[in-house]
Design a protein around this ligand. Sequence first.
Ligand SMILES: Nc1ncnc2c1ncn2[C@@H]1O[C@H](COP(=O)(O)OP(=O)(O)OP(=O)(O)O)[C@@H](O)[C@H]1O
Ligand SMILES: [Mg+2]
Length: 277
Amino acid sequence: MDKLESEMIDEMAANAREYPVDGNVVIEASDLRKSFGPLVVLDGTDIKIAEGETRVVIGRSGCGKSVFLKHVIGLLKPDAGKVIVFGEDVPSLKTNEIYKLRERFGMVFQSSALFDSLSVGYNVGFFLYEYSDLPRSEIDDRVREALRKVGMESVEKKRPAELSGGMKKRVGFARAILHEPDIILYDEPTTGLDPITADVINELICYFDEELDVTSIVVTHDMVSAYKVGDTISMMYAGKVIQTGTPDEIKGTDNAFVRQFIEGLSEGPIDVIGGTG
Ligand SMILES: Nc1ncnc2c1ncn2[C@@H]1O[C@H](COP(=O)(O)OP(=O)(O)OP(=O)(O)O)[C@@H](O)[C@H]1O
Ligand SMILES: [Mg+2]
């Protein structure tokens, strides 16, 4: 990347930082930096997310979306910068404090991450069955209720291998909401699904947003999903957030980098061959 381009990106990031937050900020990253050896992934990522908001994070494959989510939940430690969640400085928390904070999160993984040897019901209730003191019958009830919320009440006794990709995703959703989280992180919830199944998943994200009163981050490169579920959308490029806006603001953007991405064009300022950003 030449000097001119990096100056342009810094300027876009500075503008994105000014985007007003509507409400109480519950997730904040500032000047977040993370490299793996020589590979710079996060290079001054700034983001502020308000309570109850559904923020979509878009960006090319390999630009650091999953790495960003892992910082929010304390699975990765930054090289520099801050991650504040509910007022707590995540990187400085002790292991037991991290676990306590994670109880407030529901995580929908990029792969559904279900244990194939366990029943669907046990997968959904896994952490409560294994680690809580709740009576088994109560966990069973909660599992059934969570599966009902995602429209999957009939599959409790099945194995994950018997389910389609879309069904596995929904089971992953049931697991994420079982403990009534305050924040749900979705990593590519619709990737690899047909458009109709993807829409079922989008509807579920909207339903959780309304019914569960949660704050959500949805990482995706599916623009149909981004426009449907997002209150706001942030685009990551070259390790930074280069624009934040409502779906309408993003659709109408004159930022050439964002336009190229949302329209899926090989021509444009984004370095298609060399760049990971
Ligand atoms: N633990 C790790 N060790 C080394 N490199 C890593 C690690 N985690 C991620 N990376 C690298 O960091 C870059 C960003 O990865 P990340 O998984 O965040 O991308 P992404 O934006 O989620 O992409 P995708 O849309 O394909 O899921 C990639 O080049 C990846 O190989
Ligand atoms: Mg990813």
